[in-house]
Each structure stands twice: as C-alpha cells, then as structure tokens.
Design a protein around this ligand. Structure first.
Ligand code: PGA
Length: 263
C-alpha cells in the first residue's frame, strides 16, 4: 500500500557557505534541473537550511530561478521578541520567507548545551510563528552501545508530548539523527534506522494512531546519493536530513531524485 506520507529531503548547510558559494550552488542546481538527464522532483518536499546571513539571498535565488525548494533555518530563539542580543525569532524567520526550522540538532544539544526543555521551548516558539519545526533526536555511540537508544529518543520526544499533548507533533517533522553517524561517513544501516523510526512512530501511536500515521520521520547522518534509496525504501523512513552532501548541488539533486523515484 502506498504511504500517506510525502518524502521530505532537507539540506542542512550548517556554518558553511558564502555569497559566492550560494550563487554557484543555485546555478549548478538550476543547470542540472534544466538538463535532459534530470527532472524536477514534484512528489517530495525539499528545503534547505543556510546560515542566517544567507537566508534572504537563498530565497532571492530560489524565487528568481523558480527552483522548487523551500527555505528553512537551523535554529531559532525560544523568545518572541525583545532584548535578546544575537538571537533570531521565529517571526523574523517567517517574515524572511522560511517555512521550516530545525530544533534540537545534536550539534546544538552538544556544543551549546541545549536541554530537552529548551528544545521544547524552541519547538513551540516555531509553531507559534507558523513555522514547521523539525525536532532532531538521536543517541551517541556510547548510548547505543549501552542500549539506551530508545529511552533517550523517547525522552527527547516526550519533552514535546508531555508539555502540550500528542497534537503538538501534528504539522511537525521528526529527524532521527544518530550522533555517531553525523559527519562521520558512518551511516546507520537501513535496518538500524528503520528500527528506531518504527519505535518513534509506535511511541506516538500509543497516544494517537492517526497522528503517528501521518508523522514524517526523516533520517539524518552521512546520507549521500549512493545510500539514499536503501534508507528510504524502509517503511518508516520518510526522507532525509542531509548535511555535508547537501553542499554540492548535483549530489543534493541526485538525492532528491532518488527519493522521488521511490515514493
Ligand atoms: P551529515 O549531517 O549528513 O554531514 O552527516 C547531517 C546533519 O547533521 O543534519
């Protein structure tokens, strides 16, 4: 039976890029789209998350070239507005054309000390601003080796569910990103990823089967064109959050097309 869920392919550029690289990425992507070999993926949602200074420039290029990619941000403030030097609010992101925002990426949890509680604050700030939050969850290698994966990811998810109920996860996306697979070249096997995705969906289904059925759960961690299909063929993997491989336009488009050919 075909899935009710669309695939999602998201690019996380992290703290990389420049005006010149943005321009080159856009023109490379556009050239590939126009070439006879590559077609415009239409049955998947695609977005990219550049750093704050380039959001407007990326939006400008996407609009000018009519590229079917939406805009996302990598983080947001938990506050709506005010004296919070250096922070960027959800409404500012919406104002500049963002539709999506990552919350709780493991690099923010680990390097900036973000707790489950703060991540939940950001998740709800995103929703209040009309953005779709992508809640990133995932375990470290030591946590996996100690069999703590399920307790860890369920606690990360519970920070949202216990605060406002299962409805909170409607119109949101979960990204399962095992920390040991991020930027390491060590992708989780499709079976390892599927197991955690199924666990997350069942966790939500205990409270609402219909919300769980429609919830997109995407995988991140060393996704590249060569491993996209095997991951996305798994029944509970609804797309990919791509870091390093999204910096190269041709590779990213190939990932999108691989996704689009499956669902
Ligand atoms: P990676 O990053 O694809 O470079 O492993 C994924 C992520 O951090 O979202």
């Amino acid at each position: 039976m075909p899935s009710k869920r669309k695939y999602i392919v998201a690019g996380n550029w992290k703290m990389q890029g420049s005006r010149a690289q943005t321009q080159k990425w856009m023109s490379d992507f556009n050239d590939d789209l126009k070439s006879k070999l590559l077609t415009k993926p239409s049955n998947i949602d695609i977005f990219i998350c550049p750093s704050y200074p380039y959001l407007d420039l990326v939006r400008h290029h996407l609009n000018a070239l009519d590229i079917p990619i939406q805009l996302g941000a990598q983080d947001l403030s938990p506050y709506a507005s005010g004296a919070y030097t250096g922070q960027v609010s959800g409404s500012m992101l919406a104002d500049i054309g963002c539709s999506y925002v990552l919350v709780g990426h493991s690099e923010r949890r680990q390097l900036c000390g973000e707790s489950n509680d703060l991540v939940a604050d950001k998740f709800f700030a995103a929703k209040r601003a009309g953005l779709t939050p992508i809640l990133c969850v995932g375990e470290t290698l030591a946590e996996r080796q100690n069999n703590h994966t399920e307790s860890l990811v369920s606690a990360q998810l519970n920070a949202i569910l216990l605060r406002e109920g299962v409805q909170a996860i409607q119109n949101a996306i979960i990204a399962y990103e095992p920390v040991w697979a991020i930027g390491t070249g060590k992708t989780a096997t499709p079976q390892e990823a599927q197991e955690v995705h199924r666990f997350l969906r069942q966790w939500v289904a205990q409270q609402s089967e219909s919300i769980a059925d429609l919830l997109p759960i995407i995988y991140g961690g060393s996704v590249k064109a060569s491993n996209t299909a095997s991951l996305l063929e798994m029944p509970d993997i609804d797309g990919a959050l791509v870091g390093g491989a999204s910096l190269e336009a041709h590779e990213f488009l190939t990932i999108c097309q691989s996704a689009s050919s499956i669902r």
